[in-house]
Design a protein around this ligand. Structure first.
Ligand SMILES: Cc1ncc(COP(=O)(O)O)c(C=O)c1O
Length: 459
């Protein structure tokens, strides 16, 4: 690597000349120039100017064991020397996806024992969509193929994943979604609960929207419901406790499969290996990616429950689907080492018993009281801060999303990487954060809130 021979300005110029970024207004980016991150260690990232920033987003919800882990680099190096690639098509396999599948079956909920690999969460959701539809075909019910999802859901960026997701801006640019996917209300009590409606009742009402969609189509036409246990990119929307048990009851009642998208919540984020375990949900598929390798290698794993697997294997016939890099030996070697580290360091237990509760308390005690904050919420090491103009009425600043961006920019200047989504700030730090790191984050966020408030007042 010779990037050190280039100045920041040069790198920004080359970036602007040749590099198209994800989810970016390129006109805006090219006027501002990108922030170039050059290295990282533990919980910190460093830009090309050497500025140290505490990474409150674990990269992009993925670097659960933090940066600078030699063991993962060594696992990749050893595997590349031994066997850098071979496919798992045509009745072949390689050792690391075999062993990773065994490991995943051990840590997944009991009734889930099969794995299908891809390289991204989007691909894994594409696989999930095709698999559940294929399942019903094999079961002799090809007309049972509608998928129910939710508004503001994020399931990725391929055509199928965008269609499953409920982001309007993405749908507008799609020019035609995958057919027969419908979106119902999300369980977002802060904005959608009626005056006087309890969290419990709101959760049941949001679940009822799933039942209504099933009844509208007819249960014999509905293949599955898909949801993130906690909506992530949509703003860390944590459903009321009444929501998921009711959704599960409804799915069972109408024989509708339950697909959980745990691309963000998988591998310890909520204090269990999977949020389905935290929330007591028994899904038929679990989509995972990101923290499976802590982001050190691109890898996704669709975890497939026994019911679907029994039909797929029992009825036979080719499932005409797969990727060149399904079960990539290097990515799987890195995942195995990553899971070993999470276990060895007790990171899942630490989130459940120590840092998760401490994080929740810190947000409540040190952030929630600020004038700009309408609500804080968290589950495990995943949190949200609602930015409002008026705490009592929940009025937002205009234009929508602008206050959160102001806060985010101040936070980065204070050495704290946060993400703004709409009017919500979101946090999803590496699971290696300690109480001290949480204290440091709260201090920096508090300062950023004060500075943002001063700015917003001037406007
Ligand atoms: C819940 C969820 N599903 C799917 C995806 C898509 O994953 P990828 O970007 O790896 O395709 C994401 C990405 O953030 C996600 O948050």
């Amino acid at each position: 690597m010779t990037y050190q021979n280039y100045s920041l300005k040069q790198l920004q110029q080359i970036d602007a000349a040749h590099h198209l970024h994800p989810f970016t207004d390129h006109k805006e980016l090219r006027e501002a120039g990108s922030r170039i991150i050059t290295r990282a260690n533990g919980p910190f990232i460093y830009d090309s100017e050497g500025t140290e920033i505490l990474d409150g987003m674990a990269g992009l919800w993925c670097v659960n064991i933090g940066y600078g882990r030699d063991e993962l680099a060594e696992a990749a190096y050893a595997q590349m020397k031994e066997l850098p690639y071979y496919n798992s098509f045509f009745k072949c396999s390689t050792p690391t996806p075999v062993l990773l599948s065994k490991k995943l079956a051990e840590i997944a909920p009991k009734h889930i024992n099969q794995v299908f690999y891809g390289s991204s969460g989007s691909e894994a959701n594409d696989t999930a969509l095709r698999l559940v539809r294929h399942y019903w075909v094999l079961e002799g019910k090809p007309e049972k193929n509608r998928i129910i999802s939710r508004k503001m859901a994020y399931h990725g960026s391929t055509v199928a994943a965008t269609s499953l997701g409920g982001m309007d801006a993405m749908h507008k640019q799609l020019g035609g979604a995958v057919p027969n996917i419908v979106h119902v209300m999300m369980p977002y009590a802060y904005e959608l609960a009626l005056p006087g409606e309890s969290d419990h009742d709101f959760g049941l009402r949001a679940a009822k929207a799933v039942e209504d969609a099933i009844l509208e189509a007819g249960a014999d036409k509905v293949a599955a419901f898909i949801g993130e246990p906690v909506m992530g990119a949509g703003g860390v929307k944590i459903p009321p406790v009444s929501y998921w048990p009711e959704v599960q009851r409804i799915c069972r009642k109408y024989d509708v499969l339950l697909m959980l998208d745990e691309v963000i919540t998988g591998y310890g984020r909520t204090g269990e290996w999977f949020a389905s375990q935290t929330l007591g949900i028994e899904p038929d598929t679990i989509t995972t990616a990101k923290a499976l390798t802590s982001g050190y290698q691109p890898l996704s794993a669709l975890l497939v429950g026994d019911r679907i697997a029994a039909t797929l294997v029992g009825k036979g016939g080719e499932f005409n689907h797969g990727y060149t890099y399904s079960g990539h030996p290097v990515a799987c070697a890195v995942a195995l080492k990553n899971l070993e580290i999470i276990e060895r360091e007790g990171l899942v237990d630490r989130v459940r018993n120590d840092t998760g509760p401490y994080f929740a308390k810190a947000l409540q005690e040190r952030i929630a009281g600020h004038d700009l904050v309408g609500e804080v919420r968290s589950i495990g090491l995943m949190g949200a801060i609602e930015i409002v103009k008026d705490k009592a009425t929940k009025e937002r600043f205009l234009p929508s999303g602008s206050a959160a961006v102001t806060l985010r920019d101040h936070a980065i200047a204070q050495g704290m990487m946060l993400r703004a989504t709409g009017d919500t700030m979101i946090l999803s730090p590496p699971l290696i954060w300690t109480r001290d790191t949480i204290d440091m984050a709260c201090e920096r966020i508090s300062k950023a809130l004060d500075l943002a408030q001063a700015d917003l007042r001037k406007r």
